[in-house]
Design a protein around this ligand. Structure first.
Ligand SMILES: [Zn+2]
Length: 396
């Protein structure tokens, strides 16, 4: 099946779609699943595909538990620079995070498990999800009932994610506890009073005050948070003014805040707006700081992470899996699934074997490449996780 999985991946890669509405990608998934013994529903507010495979024979359906497998489907607003034969044909859109691989592998796993329907001691939900990149597509699918698609809640949920660097091709990586960070957005507007740049004392200049906030946020990170419960704040956008001799009325900046515990996340939501407001007040200005919660911490259940590691070692050999020493400061909306269902998020190295994983372009880069040789193993792991997890609850 490896060639067919790669073919599907290339077709999705050539025609990337961004966000919650991915009609062409959805059509490719539906075509790949056609003819399989699946109960298929599509999303209302997003172009998701939920497929349910009930084990057992047509005469006696298995009474066993439910396991959920998730693959995300969306691309990024990046113009591809890889020159691969199957490179994106859409300027400004690219599967730079490898979600095309996840979609193809999950469709492959649906075929593998469908072929073993009779011996499957339970039910598998395949969650094909749009809008992972900032649109919280997973939360929408939960609101539309993906976790109840089989009639009862899954006992476990798993997601795979390919990486174009760090991990050698074919190497799996996971860990118990925090796997990825929580990501929140901070939007700050500093209100001053514009005027002539030569007489700042007659105006209320928002720019130096906003600059002070940018550096004070870094001090906040180092003075208010435990170094062993890390926090990252990065100001990624800063806008004020139009020219050199005019003091503007306002300054605006956007920051992302990453954290790994509820304690730190709650503290950020409280301390950041207070700091911004107090700095503005100290200078006789006002400011608004909006702290918006985006994605929670992706927390792997310890038992499910151990089960995933054990499955990797059994199926591929112990040398093919590592326990990640640290969580990743990226974020994932699979976290919304893991808030309700115990499970594990597993990384899979897909760096081209001839490239050095330490220097290869990262996910989200216009040059990121993900090697097809990882696809068969990712497909097999999806299928093995479901099969073995169902069998573990009710032995055949
Ligand atoms: Zn991703």
């Amino acid at each position: 099946m490896a060639d067919e999985i790669a073919e599907l991946r290339h077709a999705i890669h050539r025609e990337p779609e961004i966000g919650l509405d991915l009609p062409k990608t959805q059509a490719k998934v539906l075509a790949a699943l056609a003819g399989l013994p699946l109960e298929i529903t599509t999303g209302r507010s997003l172009s998701s595909v939920t497929a349910v495979l009930r084990g057992g024979s047509a005469h006696s359906r298995a009474e066993g538990p439910v396991v959920l497998l998730r693959g995300d489907m969306d691309a990024l607003p990046v113009t591809e620079e890889t020159h691969l034969p199957y490179a994106s044909a859409v300027p400004g859109a690219m599967h730079a995070c490898g979600h095309d691989a996840h979609t193809a592998m999950l469709a492959g796993a649906a075929r593998l498990l469908s072929a073993r329907q009779a011996e499957l001691p339970g039910t598998v939900i395949f969650m094909f999800q749009p809008g992972e990149e900032g649109c919280a597509g997973a939360r929408r699918m939960i609101e539309e009932g993906v976790l109840d698609a089989a009639g009862e809640r899954p006992v476990a949920a798993y997601a795979l994610h390919v990486s174009s660097q760090r991990l050698p091709c074919g190497m799996f990586s996971t860990r118990p506890g925090a796997m990825l960070a929580a990501a929140d957005q901070i939007t700050v507007t500093v209100h001053g009073r514009g005027g002539h740049a030569s007489t700042p004392h007659r105006a209320a200049d928002p720019i130096p005050v906003a600059c002070e906030m940018v550096t004070a946020l870094q001090t906040l990170v180092t003075r208010k948070f435990d170094v062993f419960d890390p926090v990252v704040i990065t100001v990624g956008s800063f806008h004020a003014g139009t020219t050199d001799n005019v003091i503007p009325d306002r300054a605006r900046f956007l920051a992302t805040a990453r954290s790994f515990s509820q304690e730190s996340r709650s503290a950020l939501a409280e301390l950041v707006p207070r700091l911004i407001g107090d700095i503005a007040r100290g200078h006789g200005l006002t400011a608004e700081a909006v702290y918006s919660a985006e994605y929670p911490v992706t927390v792997n259940d310890a038992a499910e992470a151990a089960f995933a590691a054990e499955t990797i070692a059994t199926v591929f050999g112990p040398e093919r899996g590592e326990q990640a020493e640290f969580p990743i400061t990226g974020a994932e909306d699979f976290s919304f699934v893991l808030e309700q269902v115990p499970g594990a998020f597993v990384m899979l190295g897909a760096c081209p074997p001839d490239d050095d994983p330490l220097t290869a372009p990262t996910n989200h880069s216009a040059q990121a490449t993900f090697d097809d040789t990882a696809l068969a193993d990712g497909t097999a792991l999806y299928a093995e996780l479901a099969l073995r997890r169902l069998a573990r609850v009710i032995p055949p």
